[in-house]
Design a protein. Structure first.
Length: 282
């Protein structure tokens, strides 16, 4: 009898552990801004634009063998042991706000959000008097948060927790808006990093690069806000989409160019900020 009870307790323990892992996976997966693919593509594109000084300094800060692409997902992969960092990944700006501006909107937080933390980590990374540990932490988060900032649903707020609470059907597949934007649109076009690097390459003209490097972090947040507003529109009607909305070719064709632009701009801006953090000596 004792053996039977022990087996039952063991079985319950395994079930509880499996359920906990499933819940953890679902929560962490829904929190990723671009999904692993998007984050790594942005990082790999940015790496091509780094100066030799920046590449060397970044390699010295990161763990041995850790690439910039690896570092780009570190903040999400370690969110479970760093729960206080969760609010750093986004800022909730109501979709109807004209722009990101924490000075004039009571709905937009000033401290502890993604814009504030990007500025903070820039300062830390540029400061050679800070410890290597502090600068490594700042580097990993700066890489990641610049990427998150360019995901529209990490800025525009439709009162649905970044799209996680708005269920839709994308080509007859049930999903939510966050998942749709972090992975499904990207993966429908191509699920390979090299494919995306080749696909985004034509966007990298001198004119695009120059225009992309203009503006402030706050301006980049406004871009994502405007993209989020469009993301919640039904292309055929221009009306705000509703839970359960069926989305297919019209939505995909309207928003794939937005995804491509946001990925490209994130890569150029990330490279620029990293180069600024480690300027070439003259």
């Amino acid at each position: 009898m004792q053996h039977v009870k022990a087996r039952r307790r063991h079985g319950r323990s395994l079930f509880v552990s499996a359920l906990a892992l499933l819940i953890l996976f679902q929560v962490s997966a829904s929190a990723w801004a671009w999904g692993r693919l998007g984050h790594r593509v942005i990082a790999r594109m940015a790496e091509k634009k780094l100066t030799p000084k920046a590449k060397a300094a970044i390699a010295a800060l990161l763990d041995e063998g850790e690439s910039i692409a690896d570092a780009s997902t570190w903040a999400d992969e370690n969110r479970g042991r760093l729960p206080k960092t969760a609010p750093w990944h986004y800022v909730d700006v109501p979709l109807d706000e004209p722009r990101y501006d924490s000075r004039f909107s009571a709905d937009v937080p000033q401290k502890g959000c993604i814009v504030d933390k990007i500025h903070e980590f820039q300062t830390t990374l540029k400061d050679p008097t800070r410890s290597a540990e502090d600068r490594r932490f700042a580097l990993r988060f700066l890489i990641h948060l610049i990427q998150d900032l360019h995901m529209p649903l990490h800025v525009g707020d439709n009162h649905d927790k970044g799209g996680n609470q708005t269920q839709v059907r994308f080509y007859d597949r049930g999903t939510n808006m966050h998942r749709l934007w972090d992975s499904l649109i990207i993966e429908r076009a191509g699920d390979d990093e090299d494919f995306w690097l080749a696909d985004l390459s034509p966007l990298d003209t001198p004119e695009n690069r120059e225009a992309t490097m203009r503006g402030t972090v706050e301006d980049w947040a406004t871009e994502s806000l405007l993209a989020a507003r469009a993301a919640y529109q039904v292309p055929e009607t221009g009306k705000r989409l509703k839970p359960g909305q069926k989305l297919s070719d019209a939505y995909y064709n309207a928003n794939l160019p937005v995804v491509r632009e946001r990925l490209y701009r994130a890569s150029i801006r990330l490279a620029n900020l990293l180069n600024e953090a480690f300027p070439e000596t003259r």
